[in-house]
Each structure stands twice: as C-alpha cells, then as structure tokens.
Design a protein around this ligand. Structure first.
Ligand SMILES: *[C@@H]1O[C@H](CO)[C@@H](O)[C@H](O)[C@H]1NC(C)=O
Ligand SMILES: *[C@@H]1O[C@H](CO)[C@@H](O)[C@H](O)[C@H]1NC(C)=O
Ligand SMILES: *[C@@H]1O[C@H](CO)[C@@H](O)[C@H](O)[C@H]1NC(C)=O
Ligand SMILES: *[C@@H]1O[C@H](CO)[C@@H](O)[C@H](O)[C@H]1NC(C)=O
Ligand SMILES: *[C@@H]1O[C@H](CO)[C@@H](O)[C@H](O)[C@H]1NC(C)=O
Length: 421
C-alpha cells in the first residue's frame, strides 16, 4: 500500500479580482524608474529568472490556446503562479526530471543553479507582497501526509525561499484533509477559489500549492451610470449582450502596426496595470506576442490621449489540468515511471499525479465613493491629433495582461473570447 501512495499533487491556484473603485490620478506613464528588486539573488540571476518567467508566460499561453480543450473558451491563468509552483517542485527533482523542469521554465543551467533560482523566487515573492500592500499576495503551501517521510532539506528550502506554509495531514481521512486544504485556499484567495479539493486521491502523499491573489482598484474608475447593454461579437456569426462600461478620458493607448493591434493600458492605483490588446486578427497577436512587445508598449505609452473607451464588465473562472500542456513543453518525466523526485523523498515510485490551475477574473467599473481629483495635464503636440475623440471599443475578442509596470512581471495573462461564459 505504501508503494502505491506515492504521488505529489501540484495545485496552482490563482484568484484575481479587479474592482474599479479609485480616485483620479494620472501621470503614472512617466514613472519609468526601475525598482531595485535585488535581495539575496544577485542582480544577474534576478534578471535571468525574470526574463525566463516572461518567456514562459507566452510559451504556456500558446500551448494552452492551441489545446483542443481551450477552443471557443476564454483563457486566463497566472504564469507567475505556475512558475513558482514548478520552481518549488524542481527543488525536489533530480537528474533528467530536474533538467526538464529547468529547461521547460526557461532557466539556463549553465548560468543558473537551483539555489540561484530559489533565492530569486524568494526576492520575487517578497516583492509581490511588498510593492502592492494589501492588493496582492502570493505564496505557497505544502500539505504532507503524516506517514510520508519527506527530506527535511526539501521542506526547509520550500519554507525559506518559497515561504511555504507546511502542514501535516492524514490523507487517509479524506473528508477532513480535503476540508483543511480547501479552507486554507479559500482564505488565501479571499474566497475566490473554494471547494478546490473534492475527492482526494488516496495515493497522494503531498499537495504542493501555489496561490496568487490580486485585487486592484482602477486609478480612474468608470462611471456606473454610463454602463449600457451592448453587443460583443464573439465571432462573425455570434453576438452576445454584455454590460459595456464607458469612459471618455485621457488614456495610454498604443497602436502596434506590426501586429495590427491596439493596446490600452488601464493603470491600477498601484504600480500594476492591466493591458488590454484588441487585435484585428487574434491569431496574428497570439502567435507573435512576446515580452519585448510588453516592454515596447509600456515605453511608448508616455502621453495620454483623449479617447472614448468601451470595455465589457465581466467575471470569468477558468480551470486547467496542465499535465498535457507541460508535457508538450518537455516536462514529461515527472508524470511517469521515470520521475526522479529523490530530493523530496527516497521512497520509490514518487511522481507528480496532476498539475491543476484555477483562476478567476472579475472586472467592473467604479464604486459609488469614487473621488475625483483635478489634474492639469500639459499635452505635448496635442494639436497634431485634433478631435473628434477616437473610439476604442473592446466589443470583440481581446487579450489581457496584468503586469507590474517596473519589473514587467506578468501576474496574469489571458484571452477573453466571450465575456458571458
Ligand atoms: C490610492 O493609493 C494611494 C497611495 O497608496 C492611497 O493613499 C489612496 O487611498 C488610494 N486610493 C484609493 C481610492 O484606493
Ligand atoms: C546557456 O548559456 C550559455 C552560456 O552563456 C550559452 O552558450 C547557451 O547557448 C545557453 N543555452 C541556451 C539554451 O540558451
Ligand atoms: C504574502 O502575504 C500572504 C497573505 O498575507 C502571506 O500568507 C504570505 O506568506 C506572504 N508571502 C510572502 C512571500 O511574504
Ligand atoms: C519586503 O518587506 C520586508 C519586511 O518589511 C523586508 O524585510 C524585505 O526586505 C522586503 N523585500 C523586498 C524584496 O522588498
Ligand atoms: C495589418 O493590416 C494591414 C491592412 O489591413 C495588412 O496589409 C497587413 O498585412 C496586416 N499585418 C499583419 C501582420 O497582419
């Protein structure tokens, strides 16, 4: 029986809620200072891991978008949270299993060791909690069966570098241990992700969990009085009715001619922003988008210009089993008999049973108590862009990114095909 009970469940959870309540405050676009996020990890390791994480975001996006299960569905996930979970797992992986995880995450093993990676994640996890105060929290947890002997070094590294909360549970008591895990997750995601675990796999000896929660208020809220029912064109033949929010104001907008895509930056009242990308042809954007685009767009959006912007109000939930997608990205051994997780335990037959990711996104307009501050803006060259006020309407499929403006860390990434499903 003991031999059978040898699977690690890897659950990656994200919850995000964006509430458009806030005060009026512009001028963030000029705030280009790059924060020094170097803690224990050296500057070089931090930038190597940062770059790898950004690349990984879009690689994973493309694999998810191409997956048969994703067709006709919205896509929304937290690449940051998936990276953390896999990096934490790689602490306990050895040999080829470790090599696959490292290379799948985009880490170059001739430039980075596992210890470097651990130190960088320590810095990154801390700075998510620090930079945004109550807005964002990110962390990990490990639930270990009472009878399972895991290596103390593994748990030690998870605690120290990944801030893992550690729990001993009796997985034989299925209901009780499911409750323990569900309660933990519900609390960490402010109730956004509940009833995560229904049927505990009796073979599971460990649950490794990574969660991320983000709640942002728009720097400039939408006026709920202007929200009207409107059509959203899912495709040429399908229209759905949505609550369309509207705001006429100065916005950071960039038209990327290479991708035939218009990008809108909606800043939160923090160092985070939501980028909304409206392409002429979704495939053109999806297939090409990479970290350099995000850098280019943020750089180019210096001068806000007056636009009439329409964005649907929506609330979506997603759930993925990432086993196949990660296998396609080269991380295959961890799921099978070739798995080498001897850094977690010497018990034979230890493997990863499943990697699950859940995310939610809620976007709405303004709260009633939104205050407006008066801002005097001096617009350079505005006379060269005379009225009428151009309209930008997100009334057909678009992509969305939630990012930190200084580090360009990608907290969330997705594609909204139909805001009503
Ligand atoms: C926006 O952020 C500032 C600085 O953190 C804070 O003082 C202010 O209360 C925030 N405004 C809202 C509406 O949350
Ligand atoms: C890893 O880094 C080394 C040294 O800079 C470089 O030669 C090699 O091409 C890199 N490997 C990959 C896969 O990028
Ligand atoms: C971040 O904040 C959450 C919630 O307060 C906490 O549980 C978690 O341990 C923190 N993570 C880090 C890295 O400090
Ligand atoms: C985060 O805040 C803690 C406590 O205030 C501090 O010790 C730590 O250095 C900060 N980390 C980063 C990366 O800013
Ligand atoms: C962008 O649109 C123009 C005009 O419709 C077209 O000629 C061009 O091929 C498009 N570019 C891409 C990358 O799709």
């Amino acid at each position: 029986m003991k031999m059978m009970r040898a699977a690690v469940g890897l659950w990656v959870l994200s919850a995000v809620i964006c509430v458009g309540r806030g005060h009026h405050h512009l001028g963030h676009g000029n705030d280009q200072t790059v924060q020094d996020t170097v803690g224990d990890g050296s500057a070089n390791s931090v930038s190597l891991v940062n770059e790898a994480n950004k690349e990984f975001s879009f690689q994973l996006y493309r694999k998810l978008a191409a997956d048969a299960d994703s067709q006709g569905k919205n896509i929304f996930f937290s690449p940051a949270s998936v990276s953390v979970a896999l990096a934490a797992l790689s602490v306990g992986a050895q040999g080829e299993t470790h090599r696959q995880l490292f290379s799948g995450l985009g880490f170059n093993s001739s430039l980075l060791t596992q210890t470097d990676v651990d130190q960088v994640f320590q810095t990154l996890l801390q700075s998510t909690n620090n930079t945004s105060q109550e807005d964002a929290s990110e962390g990990t947890a490990v639930f270990v069966d009472d009878d399972f002997k895991s290596k103390p070094e593994f748990l030690q590294t998870l605690k120290q570098s990944y801030f893992a909360d550690g729990f001993n549970v009796d997985f034989a008591k299925a209901t009780e241990s499911a409750d323990t895990i569900n309660k933990y997750v519900e609390e960490k995601t402010n109730g956004k992700i509940d009833k995560l675990v229904k049927d505990l796999d009796p073979n599971t000896v460990m649950y490794l969990i990574s969660y991320i929660y983000y709640k942002g208020k728009w720097e400039t809220p939408f006026d709920p009085k202007l929200t009207k029912q409107d059509d959203f064109n899912v495709d040429e033949n399908t229209k759905v009715s949505v609550d369309m929010m509207n705001m006429k104001d100065h916005f950071h907008i960039y038209h990327d001619h290479d991708l035939n895509t218009t990008v809108l930056q909606l800043p939160f009242n923090s160092s985070y922003s939501m980028l909304l990308m409206l392409p002429d042809v979704m495939a053109t954007l999806e297939n090409a988008i990479c970290p350099n685009h995000v850098t280019k767009w943020l750089k180019a959006m210096v001068i806000p210009r007056r636009h009439d912007v329409y964005i649907p109000k929506f609330s979506i939930k997603t759930s993925y089993n990432l086993n196949d997608v990660l296998a396609v990205m080269g991380m295959t051994d961890m799921f099978g008999v070739r798995a080498n997780l001897r850094g977690i335990s010497e018990e034979p037959g230890l493997k990863v049973s499943e990697v699950v990711h859940k995310a939610t996104l809620d976007v709405d307009e303004a709260g009633a108590e939104a205050a407006a501050a008066t801002v005097i803006k001096i617009l350079l060259g505005s006379s060269r862009f005379p009225p009428p006020v151009p309209v930008l309407k997100f009334n057909r499929p678009f992509m969305v990114i939630i990012t930190e403006r200084n580090t360009e860390k990608i907290l969330f990434l997705g594609k909204i095909i139909n805001p009503t499903i």
